[in-house]
Write a protein that binds this ligand. Structure first.
Ligand SMILES: NC(=O)c1ccc[n+]([C@@H]2O[C@H](COP(=O)([O-])OP(=O)(O)OC[C@H]3O[C@@H](n4cnc5c(N)ncnc54)[C@H](O)[C@@H]3O)[C@@H](O)[C@H]2O)c1
Length: 372
């Protein structure tokens, strides 16, 4: 199969859909790989790395879209890219169609077969192509929170690990899923005193079994949440209710109960944020203050560490990309129901129920799409 990878054009996106290592594996499987010139630069992969891996370099995105049988990307295709998609072509990337009727319409009109990273599943009920970015954001959260806590940035002026004779920062992580667990581990590794809150008792049991001695766990009732928040120097918001906006767990009025200069890191900002006073910020201008409390609310945190994020995403996507290329999308999806769950659009029809429900569009069952 001819696999193509264009340079990402969404603002502030430095990741790339195919790493040189993934390109080399695809070439070893007998596929032809073409990368747009400069596509890997933001992640530290020059064209030469791809050439060494056996890939070809194309000058423009038009070349990639015109010739590739499968286009592999990171972010959802922008309007100009959508115009270049064509019938029969496979698109493998993040799509996030539910809040995006324009993109959904364009993808349907293109006739392409569009497989979304974010809806591919695994045997344990997880989302294996979303998890690596949650791992990155989680591990980054204490790092950016520690910076926010510095006095010059408006924070309390508290050092995560303290020093001999001075206690460490107290960190409260709300939500003990993928983001929260990774955040708690790193915060504890920095020497902070860490507590993780969750509403799922099985999850709290797992965390306690696995990490007792590293961090504490507590139940996320509203009363307990605000009581523990009052002791915290840093609060990391990491909750998720799948398919719903994040619940608001600290109101504006409750900011008065927090320590002055405390840092709120709202990782859940991409679902609307879990603090009432959260609003999305960018890497250029990541923090702001409300009532003496510092907020960090960057919606695409993994972009700050584009190289790590690209490699982590590539590790997760590569087996699926190889399967699609080796077998063709139909056979690959027939053999693997988890990959079939990624199918969102095929030949002019929407094939993902939650998106159809959100946008009021008729859905063709993915199993019927396999036969269509
Ligand atoms: N800002 C970014 O760059 C970025 C990057 C990756 C992920 N995220 C977001 O981070 C959030 C967390 O993602 P995840 O992968 O860890 O999800 P996850 O499903 O693994 O974990 C979410 C956890 O929140 C818990 N929870 C739900 N409601 C709660 C409540 N009221 N109080 C306490 N806990 C509650 C759940 O029980 C679950 O354990 C999501 O909104 C995700 O989109 C943001």
């Amino acid at each position: 199969m001819h696999i193509g990878c264009p340079k990402e054009i969404k603002p502030q996106e430095f990741r790339v859909g195919i790493t040189p290592n993934a390109a080399a594996e695809a070439v070893a499987h007998g596929h032809q790989v073409t990368i747009q010139t400069g596509a890997g630069e933001g992640a530290g992969f020059p064209d030469a790395d791809y050439i060494a891996a056996g890939a070809a370099i194309a000058p423009t995105a038009e070349d990639i879209f015109a010739n590739a049988e499968m286009v592999v990307k990171v972010k959802e295709p922008q309007a100009v890219e959508r115009k270049m998609l064509r019938e029969g072509q496979i698109l493998f990337t993040y799509l996030h169609l539910a809040p995006d009727p324009d993109q959904t319409r364009d993808l349907m009109e293109s006739g392409a077969t569009c497989i979304a990273y974010e809806t591919v599943t695994d045997d344990r009920g997880g989302l294996p192509l979303l998890a690596p970015m949650s791992e990155v954001a989680g591990r980054l959260a204490p790092q950016v929170g520690a910076w926010t806590l510095q006095k010059a940035n408006g924070g309390r002026g508290v050092l995560m690990g303290g020093v001999p004779g001075v206690g460490p920062a107290r960190v409260l992580v709300i939500g003990g899923g993928v983001v929260g667990t990774h955040a708690a581990r790193i915060a504890a590794g920095m020497g902070a005193d860490v507590t993780v809150l969750d509403r799922s008792l099985p999850r709290l049991r797992y965390l306690d079994d696995t990490f007792s001695g590293v961090f504490k766990t507590s139940y996320a009732s509203a009363g307990n949440t605000i009581e523990l928040a009052g002791y915290a120097d840093m609060i990391i918001g990491a909750v998720l209710i799948p398919g719903a906006a994040a619940p608001k767990l600290i109101s504006r009025a409750q900011l008065a109960d927090l320590k002055p200069g405390a840092a709120l890191v709202d990782v859940a900002i991409d679902q609307g944020g879990c603090f009432e006073t959260s609003r999305a910020t960018t890497h250029q201008d990541p923090i702001y203050e409300v009532d003496g409390i510092m907020h960090y609310c960057v919606a695409n945190m993994p972009g700050a560490v584009a190289r790590t994020s690209t490699i982590a995403l590539g590790n997760a996507t590569m087996p699926f990309m190889l399967s699609l290329a080796d077998k063709g999308w139909r056979q690959a999806c027939e053999d693997d129901p988890h990959l079939l769950n990624g199918l969102n659009v095929h030949a002019g029809r929407l094939t993902y129920y939650a998106v159809g429900k959100a946008l009021g569009i008729d859905v063709l069952s993915p199993n019927l799409a396999l036969k269509a």
